[in-house]
Design a binder for this molecule. Structure first.
Ligand code: SAH
Ligand code: SF4
Ligand code: F3S
Length: 434
């Protein structure tokens, strides 16, 4: 049997796509290996969202090329967003044998076969229909408790900083019946939690079925599973989605709602279709329907022409919302995007770094405050396994997606356990069994 090794970078969509790739290659007789030096086929599923993500992969390509040179016959392939963005220039480097974009994975067996005969292969065609809806993912790296289910692909927004619409193509939604089938399969395989994935889940639509409808359908089809979803877009998240969450106890009380900036001038330049006020209104609506709902976000520091005043607006928005957690980035210009064409990347690197550090310092305090508000509360958590802290402690997340740890020798991964929060750090709730 030929062995395939895959490294996965980037977002959860890529994790889900790697599971699709394992399924497609597995059906052709390829066996998975975790050791690069025994693989016949070495693949990297890549990310282009920021320049440093791509630089890391260029470094890995050197490593793969070393394998390729020292073990003749080994095939190296670049998959995913960077394959789609860089296309033939990756092949021209002479360091890789296959370049396959996110919609080309069904062709992989053919591409690998041809490449192993010494013919470099490229397929970067984007599709308007491909959802891989009929392919059962092979969840090789999952913890056996929590599974990703992709519900749509691509993105029709054109946020001016973002490369994703170019690397993943137009938005398309997956047939709800195949989503429910996969959710039921996960439940039968012993998974306890599923996360519905899309770049913009709120624009899911197949006929009459919108995201609120899908969410209710999935939640009711697998009542014993916890349901999460990501990512929501402030401009699209509807009252119907919030009401569906509120009326289904198995939908987790957590919304990841990327804000990107607190300044209306920046939001307009970013081509986000909401204002600061609109964002705060959505937050207020979420909290009025679900007072215990966690809200997390993404933010970009130092976007084109950002002033100190714009930056302070971001800080004050963070303060006003009191996010439970955030992913925080410096702006990285992506070639081909609207912002790269239209606006100067004019915030000096040291200013971007300083602003990012200020946002991080503020969020660290907000995360700690959020966790302190939970001390004394009881939560139902899904056990993921032994805690990294060791000492007979287990860890797992509550519905709000906060990491909990507690001493426990009775339970094991996949169990639901009630815990009481006794103390906290900025990243973790320290608990005991209730
Ligand atoms: N579809 C999701 C986000 C996908 S990218 C959404 O719309 O929310 C994940 C995050 O990366 C974005 O939310 C943004 O904060 C960040 N990001 C995207 N492009 C970036 C860029 N050019 N520079 C820095 N951060 C970026
Ligand atoms: Fe990028 Fe915007 Fe689409 Fe998210 S919604 S993937 S940030 S273009
Ligand atoms: Fe990266 Fe592509 Fe995801 S650019 S963030 S892997 S959609």
């Amino acid at each position: 049997m030929k062995k395939v090794y895959i490294e996965t970078y980037g977002c959860q969509m890529n994790v889900a796509d790697t599971e699709i790739v394992f399924s497609i290659l597995g059906a052709e007789g390829y066996e998975r290996t975790e050791k690069m030096d025994e693989a016949d086929v070495i693949l990297a599923n890549t990310c282009s969202v920021r320049d440093n993500a791509e630089q890391r992969i260029h470094g890995r390509i050197e490593q793969f090329n070393f394998q390729r040179k020292s073990r003749p016959g080994v095939v190296v392939g670049i998959l995913g967003c960077m394959a789609e963005r860089l296309k033939d220039t990756l092949l021209e480097s002479g360091k890789v044998d296959i370049v396959a974009g996110p919609d080309a994975y069904r062709s992989l067996p053919r591409l690998v076969a041809a490449a192993s005969q010494g013919h470099p292969q490229i397929d970067v065609l984007l599709s308007r229909e491909e959802t891989y809806g009929d392919i059962a993912p092979v969840r090789v790296d999952s913890n056996g408790v929590s599974a990703f289910i992709s519900i749509m692909r691509g993105c029709n927004n054109v946020c001016s900083y973002c490369v994703v619409p170019y690397t993943r193509g137009a938005e398309r939604s997956r047939d709800p019946r195949s989503i429910v089938r996969e959710a039921c399969a996960c439940s039968q395989q012993g998974y306890k939690e599923i996360t519905l994935l899309g770049q913009n889940v709120d624009s899911y639509r197949v006929g009459e079925m919108d995201f609120a409808g899908l969410l209710a359908l999935v939640a009711e089809s697998v009542p014993s599973l916890r349901i999460r979803f990501s990512t929501s877009n402030p401009q699209d998240i509807s009252d119907a989605v919030l009401e569906t969450m509120a009326s289904h106890p198995n939908i987790c009380r957590h919304i990841h709602l990327p804000v990107q900036s607190g300044s209306d001038r920046m939001l307009e330049k970013m081509r986000r279709r909401y204002t600061r006020e609109g964002y705060l209104e959505r937050v207020a609506k979420i909290r009025s329907l679900m007072p215990d709902c966690a809200i997390t976000t993404d933010v970009i520091a130092g976007f084109c022409t950002e002033t100190e005043e714009d930056h302070r607006a971001t800080l004050s928005l963070f303060e006003a919302v009191g996010f439970d957690a955030a992913f925080m980035f410096q702006y990285s210009e992506r070639p081909g995007t609207l912002a790269a064409k239209k606006y100067p990347d004019d915030v000096p690197p040291e200013v971007k770094t300083r602003r990012l550090e200020e946002i991080i310092a503020l969020q660290n305090r907000l995360s700690l405050e959020s966790n302190r508000r939970d001390v004394g509360k009881t939560f139902r958590v899904l056990v993921e396994g032994p805690s990294k802290r060791g000492g007979g402690q287990l860890c797992g997340r509550n519905g709000q997606n906060k990491m909990c740890v507690w001493p426990d020798t009775l339970h094991r991964s996949g169990d639901y356990v009630d815990v009481v929060v006794e103390d906290c750090s900025q990243a973790t709730l320290l608990c005991r069994l209730a």
